[in-house]
Design a protein around this ligand. Structure first.
Ligand SMILES: [Zn+2]
Ligand SMILES: [Zn+2]
Length: 409
């Protein structure tokens, strides 16, 4: 597929945005009206898992307010993504009109970047969700694409990736325990809140750990709850992806659902959390008192569980969280902020990351599709009603025609 980038201008010479993007519509305006009418359900379908999975794994606190915010959040995010999809696809036509020819970067990359910039104001939580998801996918493609030797080693070596994940985990658990950052991670350490609330030293002497209940139930509770969360995520994902079979072939549905549910994710979550909690308790008892450094050591060692579920998604999640949390920790703990730090602080990183990574991933979907993760094509194809897939296929068929014509000469 990378061949496509080499002969893009030869194969698209003399072709218009209509030939490539919307042969089913005579004009760009008709195309705009057509997509405006048809793309809405795709965005709602894309975020269905975001509607279903969080309440399933939440495990309590289902107030009316929670449901209202949750459903409104889903409706709003889906609608804004729909607007983003329309603007991205329409920009392809506008950029063609502007330059008078199809341009390599203006086909997917620039429209993706600009449409992400144009999307109506996204709440920070959704901007973060989209931005971090796309940034993680961008990292995945960059690692796969890179010719750097050490990166290739990292890509193929589970050992290296595990060591890196262990280091990310150590730093993340350390800053979460120190309570200098307040961000999402797979698990959270018991913090010293009881201390701040004035627990007496005697109580800590009896129970050196900071968690409630006994150490045994603390560890077992983590293992059980996280295994259940992993299993729920896998089951919900399976039902959402195979759900359409219920109507057509119910017998195949159960069989395929069973096959699609993996046990690696629940096992990874349960062992990661269980080993972290177990080690923290052991260290606290062994040294007689819970210390800040224990979270770092337990985080480091429990990171070895990455071997059970060595996925890019987990690795890149660890990496981005490591960067984000280290940065926030630094900002919150530095004694005096230098002028360059103040300047850096003013840069809207999340917004920039969101725009750049969406542009990059749109481009990668068409021009480096063998490197693009399946989730990327799912996102774009759901939201564009498979128009981008058709664009890609047209380009490939033009390329084949072009190479045949060269062979024939
Ligand atoms: Zn057009
Ligand atoms: Zn304990």
């Amino acid at each position: 597929m990378s061949e496509l980038s080499k002969c893009f201008y030869q194969v698209t010479a003399g072709r218009s945005c209509r030939d490539l993007c919307h042969p089913e519509y005579a004009t760009c305006w008709q195309s705009f009206v057509g997509i405006t009418k048809t793309l809405l359900p795709g965005s709602y379908k894309l975020y269905l898992s975001l509607l279903v999975i969080p309440p399933l794994v939440k495990g309590g606190g289902y107030t009316v307010e929670y449901w209202r915010n949750h459903i409104l959040g889903y409706v709003s995010l889906s609608f804004k993504t729909y607007v983003q999809a329309i603007s991205g696809l329409t920009l392809q036509c506008l950029l063609y009109k502007l330059f008078g020819k199809l341009h390599y970067y203006c086909l997917m990359g620039v429209p993706g970047f600009v449409s992400a910039a144009l999307v109506p104001w996204l709440p920070r939580v959704h901007l973060r969700l989209q931005g971090v998801t796309y940034f993680n996918m961008m990292l995945e493609v960059m690692i796969r694409k890179s010719k750097l030797r050490y990166l290739q080693k990292l890509r193929t070596s589970k050992l290296w990736a595990t060591v890196c994940f262990m280091l990310f985990s150590a730093k993340i658990m350390h800053v979460l325990r120190a309570e200098t950052v307040n961000q999402f991670w797979i698990m959270y350490p018991a913090t010293g809140k009881e201390d701040k609330m004035g627990n007496t030293p005697q109580k800590r002497k009896i129970a050196p750990c900071l968690h409630d209940a006994s150490c045994r139930s603390y560890v077992l509770d983590g293992i059980w709850k996280y295994a259940l969360v992993g299993f729920t995520i896998e089951a919900a994902r399976g039902v959402l992806s195979k759900g359409s079979l219920v109507y057509g072939e119910p017998s195949r549905f159960l069989q395929e659902l069973r096959q699609s549910i993996g046990f690696e994710l629940p096992l990874f979550l349960a062992t990661y959390v269980g080993s972290f909690r177990g080690l923290s308790c052991w260290l606290a008892h062994h040294t007689g008192r819970e210390r800040l450094g224990h979270a770092r050591l337990a985080g480091l060692l429990s990171g070895v569980c990455y071997l059970i579920y060595p996925k890019y998604q987990i690795f890149t999640l660890g990496f981005t969280k490591f960067l984000e949390m280290s940065w926030e920790h630094h900002l919150n703990t530095v004694k005096e902020k230098s002028s360059w730090l103040k300047l850096l602080q003013r840069i809207p990183y999340l917004r920039l990351v969101h725009m750049i990574s969406i542009g990059y991933m749109y481009h990668a979907l068409v021009f480096h599709s063998h490197l693009s993760p399946p989730f990327n094509s799912k996102c774009v194809n759901y939201c564009s009603d498979f128009r981008v897939e058709r664009i890609k296929r047209r380009l490939v068929s033009w390329m084949l025609e072009h190479s045949w014509s060269i062979v024939g000469q």
